[in-house]
Ligand binder design. Structure first.
Ligand SMILES: [Zn+2]
Length: 76
């Protein structure tokens, strides 16, 4: 393969701000992005350490934070 991780690739990442949160059927937190997609924001240390997502206060602090939306990336 000759496809190095270049700056061009990074430019294609789509970042979307968080506009809300909800829990999925399994009780995992999902960030709602402005594009209409959802993205899991699990707290599963050591893989995903997001203790802030467990508290209302923490989630409010992360409102408006941008996440890379993988679904938007795929749609490009
Ligand atoms: Zn999206």
């Amino acid at each position: 393969m000759s496809s190095p991780l270049s700056a061009t690739f990074l430019l294609h990442l789509v970042n979307q701000p968080i506009i809300g949160f909800h829990k999925d059927d399994l009780g995992d937190w999902v960030a709602e992005l402005r594009c209409g997609h959802g993205q899991h924001v699990r707290h599963q240390p050591p893989l995903s350490s997001r203790p802030w997502v467990l508290s209302l206060e923490g989630r409010q602090q992360y409102m408006g934070t941008v996440l890379n939306c993988k679904k938007c990336d795929e749609e490009q």
